[in-house]
Design a protein around this ligand. Sequence first.
Ligand code: SF4
Ligand code: FES
Length: 361
Amino acid sequence: MGLLVELTHRCPLQCPYCSNPLELLRAHEELDTETWLRVLDEAAALGVLQVHFSGGEPTVRHDLAALVRRSAERGLYTNLITSGVLLDEDRLAELVAAGLDHVQLSFQDVEEANAERIGGMPGAQAKKLAAAALVRRAGLALTLNFVIHRQNMEHLPAMIALGLELGAERIEVAHVQYYGWGLVNRDRLLPSRDQLEAATAEVEAARRRLKGRMVIDYVPPDYYAERPKACMGGWGRRFINITPAGKALPCHAAETLPGVAFPSVRDEPLAEIWRSAPAFELYRGTQWMAEPCRSCDRREIDWGGCRCQALALTGDAGNTDPACALSPHHQVLLAAIGDADRATRSDFVYRRIGARPTVEA
Ligand code: SF4
Ligand code: FES
């Protein structure tokens, strides 16, 4: 269904919950334009419907418009996932002319000082607001993305109001996912149960109030769940993620799995990777499952949850996701909630190229 194109790890922001790996790639390691164009051709031939240009910040790549154009020519729906801070009128016009369909614009908060503290970039908020106005003026579909956590959740009503004010068709309210940088900063980010319940109630009320005007997507946190989400819609079922260096992954955190050789689009055609690469077969379907998943009636609904979370929290990617209350490791999540409730630190470990932090969790 979707190709997630991580064009680069370079980014002017330094969000402490970034989904990129702790080991960030540098510019000279990135795929060149010709290779990306070939990958887009191969994706269209394979039957992929949507291409999501992401990063890092994808607009740092000067060939972005060429990649959007090729995608549009091949009939792919194009989505730009951006912080907006490098998006000016000329750049957006170039992307619109190339056939861009949709922009997903991230905000770290509505409150300027806090937003810029979380993103680690002074002056970012005004640039984002300007970018949103440009996107609307250009007539593109706009989604605002808010990643929420204990240090910005109380502003959720204002986030929803900002979505309306900026004319977004959709806002995505997503709790932090705790792997990679999010796991490093987990004690500073994980909300309390009271905060979570207030946010969920706020979203439900806003959905009723704004029905037909604005869609609100809400991604609840695994840590308070009884059952896990179907991460990526299941391993190797819907998405291919391509890293800036060309590795093809079933999800953005897959490279954390030890001993798994992920294929590169530099060496193999995308169709071959999708259909038969051992790394994509590894947790595809249900054959790999042990109990309790193996005999569970939800095994083809959540596909056993998230492999990367199982690895990060239990040491074995083949275990049931500890977000599931049936997992023998569910206790590790409950302990993490207790730790976060007792934690007092609000300073972040920021995402930086070349600074590989240790995971305290
Ligand atoms: Fe999902 Fe496995 Fe839990 Fe069943 S036991 S709900 S399949 S994670
Ligand atoms: Fe890798 Fe969920 S992030 S399976």
